[in-house]
Design a protein around this ligand. Sequence first.
Ligand SMILES: [Zn+2]
Length: 463
Amino acid sequence: LLKISFHGAARTVTGSKHILHTPSGRKILLDCGLFQGMGKETGALNRKWGFQPSEIDLVILSHAHIDHIGLLPKLYKDGYGGGVLCTAATADLAKILLLDSARIQRSERKGGGGHRRETLYDEEHVERAVAAMRTADYGEVAKLSDELEVCFTDAGHILGSASVHITVTEEGGQQTRITFSGDVGRYHDPLLRAPDTFPQADYILMETTYGDKLHGLPTAVGDELLDYIQRTCVERGGKLVIPAFAVGRTQELVFILNKLSLEKRLPAVPVYVDSPLATDATETIKEHTDLLNDSAQRLMKIDDDVFDFEGLHYVTDTDDSKAIAERQHACVIISASGMAEGGRIRAHIAAALEDERNTILLVGHSEPYTLGGQLKAGADDVAIFGEDYEVNAEIGALGSMSAHGDYEDLLRWLDCQDAAKVKGVFLVHGEYGIQQAFAERLQRKGFASVHIPAQHEDVELGA
Ligand SMILES: [Zn+2]
């Protein structure tokens, strides 16, 4: 009996966890993500698996974002003892991200506040997870047993990101192909290759983050960013504060700013990347530049470091970070986390928010509950570190900067498939309303069976 059960990113975006149950009784966990930004429910969601970790046989990771890997150490803490399969870049990024996550939890616990929070896991559990990682390149077929083969293709979302293709061969020789999209990137990313095509699948699990949206052309991002720098820093003498995911988005911004600098279009204002994690992630990306797209490869031939330019400062020290937040001078600050629900960015936003010369520029998806989400929704005041702040700064958004494909990108990713041969599509990693809209689009494209699973739902394949 072939079955999939959905234990996260079901009618929501975060917490990706899907289990493929094979006819021989093996259980393959696709991603082991943390729920984020779900308000008061978040903690409870991250403590209730809905399955037994000790019963899982293998974990496969699509990419290193925390909403796809962030609970992996807890899986080991709670009894899992098996291996992890991912790409080499995902393994490298996962290591620094999970160690960072363990450190943040420990410092939050020490910080105390009103109530002491139990950590989800510690560094030792991260070390166990990292030690269990085995890697496969894009296109390489990993034969795990007579029953199971796995192959990754480039998903174009962040460095090392993959779509996962699993072939299950039953005893009689009958084969079923299951594809998990992971997060699908865009077709004109400044740094990454476009999402790759993949062999015909019988069942497809796919993300739907932007299943109802069209982004602008990514080629305009540099000009848009330049407009914000010009208006905020040059004309008003203010700070341009950008919350950005430490892995992926930050490097993309730095790459674009570097390009503007090479073209001599970047005004002479200091740019701070204030995140030890982003600094580490940038080093990791420099070790995997072979994965970057052709235009980035061409640029690397004339510029020996495409993640550095005059005026750029990588900040790791806490005191330096505080000094930058306190000073009121024209500059660009890029800091994590991307949804501004934690990390150093909150201090920068708190310091900048009440002064109308400044701009907070949102460049990615923010869950509604998070500080980024509240600002994006036009809040007049917000609470940061328990204090109220008036929103006087300009709030901007670069819609076209998403690492996720819009609905045209998602449909294009499916173009390599014969819709009539796909027996079922399962929509995950999206808000329910958006998923319903995308399901209609798929049905119009000829995908007859489209299902939107609920949390902890089981679906039998081929029934
Ligand atoms: Zn992602």
